[in-house]
Write a protein that binds this ligand. Structure first.
Ligand code: ATP
Ligand code: MG
Length: 559
């Protein structure tokens, strides 16, 4: 991304204005994930935005874990989040936790009580919800709303000291039960949770609500631009109310942008957690997951993800992005980067009858058709080769230029062969094709001017390396798995999202394949070794096919 032009968007324009008017000298942002799951590609948008601004404006960006709910959070999730951000190529200026400020938040709550701006409510959660009203109906005041400051102080202290059970009391802000913005209807600030926190241990048994912690956390850190997704727009009035009534050291400016949504997947951590817990996928880093770790394991590069976010851009318009755009970004990134190799996924044996049995020859070929920096390698050609099962047809349709009875085809980088005979199993399925090669066609060139349109890939049977290849398809078979509210989204899972092919045949050079290299298997797609791949048991993941339409096209043309 470094050689790309700096992005332009309405948030950067607002920052430029704040610098021009002298409102800020230094720009401070933060990325505030809750460590209750792995990061997904949606988070990538917020990361790209916040860390990108820090880099381009030479400012600061804090990675702040919003660890206000000890029930769902863990250190393991936090560590994974750090790893994912670093892998994307970003570094935080400082690492913080909402829990670092628990003492300060408590003092802020006491400050509100002292100013008659907060009270302890002793009703059940259900009751409080019922009294909240609706968009068209105002809320109802709690009977505890007018408790004295002294009573509130003493009850709140007892809450903190562990004198009450979970749910017995909550602390609420005293704002306005008639406010048209429902977030201002005396929101809960603190709840009792007798639960050990991953960082503060058993020091606390009351925890601040996200809304009470978030804006104050930003203010304590001196965040100048608090960038968040649109669902927090309605909370801004509440955050501003806190800032106005608390002795905070700074006033962050909140700007909202639209969330990233992708079709053919789900993006909420709650649903992703469910997919993992139900075993619908092999884990958070299953290569079909929209998580950063899943995309990494599949073979996506940090550049492709950042280019994807850059091309989506930052706006306030809610929208759903096509999965095809993400796939295009990885193809574009790998086209020049990925060395080529030949691999046959569903092998069909071809015996070249007029090629000497004991002989073989080495063919020197470039690793990349346009980029000589990738160097060269040698392919071994011999009497028996494997071709793709789909590159042979008994009854070729019109426009099919690959192998068929008595037809010629070029073996990429090698010779023209002609199909002479087909050997079949008892079901009539071809299991071996007997061919003759034309020794005058080395390098696939014909000297007599005859046209051989089809070029297919192959590997030498004797020299091939066996591997497992995993082909991934979209996780869901419908574009919006949540659209049909009457149907469980799990029913929309694509039953064919993973095909594990055993006994695939790779060219010899892949015997020592570097696990960090992404290859283009010619005519098939881009591939990357899976985390479980071992030198004696290679496993390749298909990152993406060569073209969206490859499967369809390949039935009609040669290439
Ligand atoms: P989810 O709804 O997936 O659980 P979240 O918002 O609860 O996500 P957080 O860990 O709180 O997850 O998110 C951290 C930051 O990432 C927040 O600032 C949030 O706005 C941002 N973020 C989360 N999802 C997206 C998304 N799909 N697009 C853009 N930003 C996102
Ligand atoms: Mg959240």
């Amino acid at each position: 991304m470094s050689d790309n032009p700096k992005p332009v968007n309405f948030i950067r324009q607002a920052i430029d204005d704040d610098i021009k008017t002298g409102r800020h000298q230094e720009i401070v942002t933060r990325f505030p994930p809750e460590p209750n799951g792995y990061l997904h590609i949606g988070h990538c948008k917020a990361i790209w935005l916040n860390f990108g601004i820090k880099d381009d404006y030479r400012g600061r960006c804090t990675l702040r874990f919003d660890d206000t709910n000890p029930l769902k959070e863990s250190q393991q999730f936090a560590s994974m989040i750090e790893e994912d951000i670093r892998w994307l190529g970003y570094e935080w200026t400082s690492l913080a936790h909402a829990s670092d400020y628990f003492d300060q938040f408590y003092d802020y709550a006491v400050h509100l009580i002292n100013n008659a701006l907060a009270y302890v409510d002793s009703q059940s959660g259900d009751k409080i919800r019922q009294q909240r009203g609706t968009l068209t109906k105002p809320g109802v005041n709690s009977p505890y709303r007018d408790r004295s400051i002294e009573d509130n102080l003493s009850l709140f202290e007892k809450m903190r000291n562990g004198d009450f059970e979970d749910g017995e009391h909550v602390l609420r802000a005293k704002i306005d039960m008639h406010a048209s913005n429902m977030n201002l209807r005396d929101p809960v600030l603190y709840r009792i949770r007798h639960h050990t926190h991953q960082r503060t241990g058993d020091k606390w048994c009351i925890y601040p609500m996200y809304d009470f912690a978030h804006g104050q956390g930003d203010a304590i850190e001196g965040v100048t631009h608090s960038l968040c997704t649109l669902e927090f727009e309605d909370h801004r009035a509440l955050y501003d109310w806190f800032i106005e009534h608390l002795p905070v050291p700074s006033r962050p400016r909140q700007i909202e942008f639209s969330r990233l949504n992708l079709n053919y997947t789900v993006m909420s951590k709650r649903l992703l957690t469910q997919l993992v817990d139900l075993g619908q996928v092999a884990g958070w880093d299953d290569p079909r997951m929209p998580t950063i770790s899943g995309l990494r394991r599949r073979g996506y590069t940090p550049e492709s993800l950042k280019n994807f976010i850059a091309s989506v851009g930052i706006t306030r318009k809610p929208n759903v992005i096509e999965m095809g755009l993400l796939e295009k970004c990885i193809r574009d990134d790998l086209d020049l980067k990925a060395p080529r190799a030949m691999a046959v996924l569903r092998p069909l044996k071809v015996v070249i009858e007029n090629y000497p049995e004991s002989e073989n020859e080495l063919i020197d070929v470039p690793n990349h058709p346009q980029n000589p920096e990738h160097g060269r390698r040698q392919l071994t050609f011999s009497r028996e080769v494997f071709i793709e099962r789909s590159d042979y047809e008994d009854n070729p349709p019109k426009g099919y230029f690959r192998l068929a009875p008595d037809r010629e085809v070029r073996l990429r980088h090698a010779y023209v062969i002609r199909c002479r005979e087909v050997i079949r199993d008892k079901h009539g399925e071809p299991i071996e094709i007997r061919c003759a090669y034309d020794p005058e066609t080395a390098g696939g060139k014909t000297r007599d001017g005859r046209k051989v349109k089809g070029i297919i890939h192959w590997v030498s049977a004797r020299h091939a390396v066996s591997a497992e290849v995993r082909l991934y398809d979209r996780l869901f078979s419908v574009a919006d798995p949540l659209a049909d509210r009457k149907r469980d989204y799990l029913e929309a899972l694509n039953p064919d999202s993973l095909a594990c092919l055993q006994g695939c045949k790779l060219e010899t050079s892949l015997d020592r394949a570097d696990p960090r290299i992404r290859y283009q298997f010619e005519r098939i797609g881009y591939f990357f070794q899976d985390a479980t791949s071992r030198p004696d048991a290679l496993v390749f993941n298909r990152i993406v096919s060569l073209r969206d339409t490859w499967m369809r096209k390949s039935q009609h043309s040669s290439n």
